[in-house]
Write a protein that binds this ligand. Structure first.
Ligand SMILES: [Zn+2]
Length: 271
């Protein structure tokens, strides 16, 4: 496996206080930007005990707590590791200690904003990574320790009963490491929120396409949305998984989300 190290120039010390969500998204005046750029994630070297969550609980080993002025291994852990990181980013149990959000200070401009953690049970150990590890692997070529990647790939699905069983076997109290129960009304709200945001992203992309084509913003949202015909989506069960397909006959484009690996594929009619 390709494993070497990269060293980045030392920077000034951090401000040492958590960022607000607004600050992290970079919507503050330029005067504040230099300060934001220097605000870093709490640093732990890989596989060192993560004191962030110190207490009466089993030791958590830190993975992926990167900082601009520290060396880190670079390489490609492979698509399976990346896909599982994304799964864990969405469904990992949270240890319940929240000390504010962080913005990636390896990025040149807008840093990835991170506020959750990824907890991965291993063999007799438990690893904790900031959710920014997904961004570090995807955008900054960070190579997590091999033992972590192996544990991640073989761990049960994040948030499943089997996942919690392994955490309990690793010494976590069932009273601490347990699935959070979300009120059904709020679960529905979160789902609707996610769908609205996804549709909003698609509409925003259409508005940008309209602007590129016409040199001006559309007068109404409908003018931009009309760029794409409203195609029906097909849902087809395949075992316990499903395939999702849409086909634009006018433009000759078909997209399909495969079961299992949940990857998107596209095909096009002859132009
Ligand atoms: Zn970054």
């Amino acid at each position: 496996m390709n494993r070497d190290t990269r060293h980045n120039k030392a920077m000034d010390s951090t401000l040492g206080r958590p960022l607000s969500r607004q600050a992290a998204r970079g919507s503050l005046p330029n005067r504040r930007r230099s300060a934001i750029a220097r605000t870093a994630l709490t640093y732990f070297s890989d596989l060192s005990p993560c004191t962030y969550f110190a207490g009466r609980h089993p030791v958590l080993l830190a993975v992926g707590w990167l900082q601009r002025d520290r060396e880190y291994p670079v390489g490609n852990p492979g698509p399976h590791v990346y896909e599982r990181l994304k799964e864990y980013q969405n469904r990992s149990w949270q240890p319940g200690v929240f000390l504010g959000g962080h913005v990636c200070d390896l990025c040149t401009y807008e840093g990835f904003y991170s506020h959750k953690n990824i907890v991965v049970p291993g063999r007799d150990v438990t690893y904790v990574a900031p959710e920014g590890i997904v961004h570090y692997v995807g955008c900054h070529q960070y190579l997590p320790p091999l033992e972590f990647s192996k544990a991640l790939v073989s761990a049960p699905p994040a948030g499943s009963p089997e996942y919690f069983a392994v955490l309990h076997a690793n010494g976590w109290s069932p009273a601490v490491a347990r699935a959070s129960v979300v009120d059904p009304k709020w679960r529905r709200r979160f789902q609707v929120e996610a769908i609205l945001k996804a549709r909003g992203e698609a509409i925003a992309a259409n508005i940008e396409a309209f602007r590129e084509t016409h040199g001006a913003l559309p007068a109404e949202v409908a003018d931009a949305v009309d760029l794409v015909e409203d195609v029906p989506w097909q849902l087809k069960a395949e075992g316990s998984e499903y395939r999702l397909t849409a086909c634009s006959t006018i433009d000759g484009v078909r997209v399909s989300r495969s079961p299992g690996r949940r990857m998107w594929s596209s095909s096009y009619d002859a132009a």
